[in-house]
Write a protein of this length. Sequence first.
Length: 202
Amino acid sequence: MTKLTKLSLAAVMALSTSAYAAGIADNTTVSGQAYVEFLTTDTAKSAKSTDIDLDATFKTKVNDNVTSVITLQADSTTGTAGTNVTADKVNFIYTNGATTAVIGKQGMSSPTTDGEKFIGAKVSYDLGAATVIGVHATDFMTEGEASAAAIIGSAGPVNLEAWLVDISNVSENATLVASTKVANVALSARYATSKFDDGSED
């Protein structure tokens, strides 16, 4: 009797898990790309290897306002042991009207940074003619904390950006960017200043 009870419980759990997984699958979109490189070393004994890189992003709609995002990166090279898999992004995106908040592991793209990954929060508010952005990172590269504030908008055909980026124990950075396109030619102008924590300026 005990064994039958365990089997029944296992069957109920399996059924519930299947239903839950089916619900997730209905609300999940998957996108990605794969890169394959064939490498040859030009030596007396030519060595060949194949490098495979795979990016996959899973977006799951939790409810009308919240979406979870997981981006995985896998790298494998013939002749090496195993496959290196890393979580490039793991976050939740909350949207409500003109407000968007991203909480978790993500990238910081600004004139000062180059998409470096961090764990923290980014909040943006669309004012119509401009968007206000605030970022706070609690785990930015090896430096610890970082904060950023920006206003991005346009005036006629000219796109404008103003950024303040403070990287803990490294530097405080201010950047102004103006860009436009004339006769299919992209033009841009940038003013930037940095104050480093050792007292020097750039």
